[in-house]
Write a protein that binds this ligand. Structure first.
Ligand code: MRU
Length: 353
């Protein structure tokens, strides 16, 4: 880890999954001990851990916890009861495909052969998923940084940083790669209502890692572009359809429209595990809606009169046509479309490194 890369939201030690409780940041830095699969699913549902790659990694360790429980209880019959806990993990949140991707990969590994020590095998696979994520983020960081020559300020939305991944981050991994190369970008962070991932998490992790960050309210983003204060928008993704449409945190679509209007490059940084080959276009991506109290109240205080009708979708879809470039660990796809996404999926990672 470098000076600009100090945050790890998911850790395994002492036979326990430790999750940095992101609900408490920036006020409190506390790790939550997760010792069974029900607690892992609950932590994902309640946003102790969030961000597409991070919830995939937490779910992978959750599968290992499930296997440990089932093997202790049922011995050789552990496989017969595997479906229910894996479904609970997969269903904890609907939009980020990394969750079902990680659970499916764990299942394949566990069911592939006669596994005498299933917990050891599951833990090893979860650790591999975790390590690969950090490695891929570093690759994307380098690839993304090469697109930002002549750039000194960028805008980001939500948190697509270390906290949202195994470490290093996707969109913020590009910022970290620039910093490691001696180029400190100024990052404007949208506060990202209603859960405030930008204010609470992006500002926290960048400040901690010595990267300049300037907070803006979401409504200031278009004006920031109009005044030419940024040269690129960098965001992550929760699920990318086969045609290149991108589901990400609510508000991303509006940013992409504003960026196109002002001719600012709109760059999506996401590992290929975020691409869902089973989904043809963005309209088929399930978009999570969360409880209204996350919108109409803040830290226990009402923000609207009691009884106010509200709608709280937490993701939206940006059409591929508004995306300037998709940066993955397998390479960069400019102006992504079905052919470009298929080419990425078919490409060998080794060819890019
Ligand atoms: O609701 P969240 O905080 O899980 O939403 C996270 C995002 O929308 C991120 O931008 C996305 O997961 C990419 S993280 C590398």
């Amino acid at each position: 880890m470098s000076n600009h890369d100090s945050v790890r939201p998911v850790e395994w030690s002492d036979d326990t999954l430790w999750l940095l409780d992101q609900r408490l940041l920036p006020a409190e830095e506390k790790r939550l001990a997760v010792r069974d699969v029900a607690a892992a699913a609950d932590a994902i549902r309640s946003m102790v851990v969030r961000g597409a790659p991070a919830i995939g990694i937490a779910a992978a360790y959750g599968v290992a916890l499930a296997v440990r429980e089932l093997h202790a209880r049922a011995g050789a019959g552990w496989r017969d009861a595997l479906d229910a806990p894996l479904a609970a993990l997969t269903e904890a949140r609907p939009t980020a495909v990394n969750l079902s991707w990680a659970v499916a990969r764990m299942r394949r590994r566990l069911l592939a052969s006669d596994v005498a020590q299933p917990f050891a095998v599951a833990l090893e696979e979860a650790r591999r998923i975790h390590a690969e994520d950090v490695r891929d983020n570093r690759r994307m960081g380098t690839l993304g940084a090469s697109l930002l020559t002549g750039t000194d300020s960028v805008l980001t939305h939500c948190n697509a940083g270390s906290l949202a991944t195994g470490g290093y981050g996707t969109a913020l991994g590009v910022v970290r790669a620039c910093a490691e190369a001696g180029r400190l970008l100024n990052v404007y962070a949208d506060e990202t209502r209603p859960w405030l991932q930008g204010a609470r998490l992006t500002a926290w992790e960048l400040q901690r890692d010595g990267i300049p960050v300037t907070l803006i309210c979401d409504a200031a983003a278009a004006s920031l572009m109009q005044r030419r204060r940024i040269q690129a928008v960098l965001v992550g993704a929760d699920r990318i359809a086969r045609n290149g449409d991108v589901a990400n945190k609510i508000g991303t679509y509006g940013l992409a429209i504003a960026a196109r209007h002002h001719r600012v490059p709109f760059i999506v940084v996401a590992p290929t595990s975020t691409i869902d080959p089973a989904v043809a276009c963005g309209a088929d991506i399930p978009l999570e809606e969360r409880p209204l109290d996350e919108l109409v109240a803040l830290a226990g205080h009402d923000l609207a009169p009691a009884g106010t009708a509200a709608w709280n979708p937490v993701f939206d879809v940006t059409p591929a046509a508004l995306v300037s470039a998709l940066v993955t660990e397998r390479g960069v796809c400019r102006a992504p479309d079905r052919a470009g996404v298929d080419a990425l999926l078919g490409r060998d990672v080794a060819a890019v490194t």
